[in-house]
Design a protein around this ligand. Structure first.
Ligand code: UD1
Ligand code: UDP
Length: 374
């Protein structure tokens, strides 16, 4: 059996890494295709180093572009590789343009598609990620869903339960595996030289950072937050628009805000673990926050990770200035609430997701279920 892994961005490298390790450990043949959507050292290569992954067999080198052009170039590149490598299954992870391109190309070549983190829905079709997830799931044969709640989304779309595997999320595998290593090697806390509690912030979702009004409201809230050091590793997309909209210098001048470049995964795990609160619009960080028992505020009006909210570890605050500042004060002013948020049970499994997924793929292969027939 041969597996083709497709990755393109920071979170895909992190969340695919436990699966790549598991496949490698079992001696299964595989190829790793990087689309090159993320290309800066700190958005891509850093994670290969942190996670001790071998270099991709192919890099399509797509770089940044409009969605249409980027997806088209990825499709062309992925198609060439799949035609020559003839894998038995293509694995895509999450909801980026690589997932859309990889799943679509593989389905048309009659190669089985396994979607890791399938079935998530925000029910907000203005998000590019929602379109990517939905199209990918139309092309998917094996659906690896994190939770029962996610499985139900797919059942409502008419997917046969025999093709749905409730496995948890590989984000937990990656977290558990790397936290110990990070504890021994990361120097991020002394490097930051901060006294007092930390609010860790990340922000990169297109609907927040490309929209001047929403970004302005979030910036206003950050400037008003009191009693916390805000540490903000800035995503390149966000750096671009903060500068374009003239908001960068306000944040840079604020004594309680420390803007830094995106940091490596091991440093980021340590920084998350040492934070009082996490504020984010990231998908993966909502999952990591509940895994690491850190209360999370999500800068969105909806989430495709509702389990985190239902479990009590995550609150949606949108991009409303007052809602953001009032929620921070509410959580910090109520020790009982803070503890309850910390103790929210993790809905994403026990760190065995990658084993479960590889077991399911091996079974499907042995039963001839990876052969796509009319
Ligand atoms: C992409 C994914 C998003 C995911 C995020 C993870 C899609 C549609 N979006 O968003 O779902 O949450 O990755 O971080 O696939 N840039 C650089 N250097 C890089 C990469 C990007 O400077 O290495 C800048 C470029 O100006 C680029 C912008 O960031 O135009 C946005 O990058 P892009 O890959 O298009 O989308 P992300 O916002 O990173
Ligand atoms: N991350 C990191 N360094 C950073 C910011 C994030 O290593 O400076 C990791 C984080 O631990 C998580 C992933 O990147 O695993 C989340 O990626 P991102 O927020 O870019 O994408 P999303 O999950 O929203 O698709």
């Amino acid at each position: 059996m041969k597996i083709a892994f497709i990755i393109g961005t920071r979170p895909e490298i992190i969340k695919m890494s436990p699966l790549i390790d598991e496949v490698d450990k079992r001696g299964i043949d595989y190829i790793l295709i990087h689309t090159g959507q993320h290309y800066d050292h700190e958005m891509s290569q850093q994670f290969f180093l942190d996670l001790e992954l071998s270099q991709p067999h192919y890099n399509i080198g797509v770089g940044s572009d409009s969605h249409g052009k980027q997806t088209a170039v990825m499709m062309e590149g992925i198609e060439k590789v799949l035609l020559s490598e003839k894998p038995d299954i293509v694995l895509v992870q999450g909801d980026t343009n690589a997932v859309l391109a990889g799943a679509l190309v593989a389905a048309k070549l009659h190669i089985a598609v396994g979607h890791v983190e399938a079935g998530l829905r925000s029910y907000d079709k203005t998000m590019p990620e929602e379109i990517n997830r939905m199209v990918a799931d139309v092309c998917t044969n094996l659906f690896f869903v994190p939770t029962e709640e996610t499985a139900i989304n797919l059942l409502f779309e008419g997917i046969s339960p025999t093709n749905i595997f409730i496995t948890g999320n590989t984000v937990v595998d990656a977290c558990y595996r790397n936290l110990k290593i990070a504890g021994k090697t990361s120097q991020i806390m002394p490097q930051l030289e901060l006294d007092g509690d930390i609010l860790l912030l990340t922000l990169h979702r297109a609907e927040n950072v490309d929209d001047r009004e929403r970004l302005e409201n979030i910036v206003e809230a950050l400037l008003k937050v009191e009693g916390l050091n805000i540490v903000f590793p800035v995503h390149p997309r966000t750096m671009k628009t903060l500068k374009e909209f003239g908001m960068f210098s306000q944040l840079e001048k604020a004594p309680h805000i420390k803007m830094i470049k995106p940091i490596g995964y091991l440093d980021f795990l340590i920084l998350q673990s040492n934070s009082k609160l996490i504020m984010t619009d990231s998908g993966g960080i909502q999952e990591e926050a509940i895994t690491l028992d850190i209360p999370c505020l999500t800068l969105r009006y909806n989430t495709e990770r509702p389990e985190t909210v239902h479990a009590g570890g995550n609150i949606l605050v949108g991009s409303d200035t007052e809602k953001i500042t009032e929620t921070v004060s509410m959580i910090l002013g109520d020790e009982g609430l803070y503890q309850r948020m910390k103790e929210a049970p993790n809905p994403y499994g026990d760190g065995t997701t990658s084993k479960q997924i590889v077991d399911a793929i091996q079974n499907a292969h042995d039963q001839g279920k990876l052969e796509i027939k009319p």
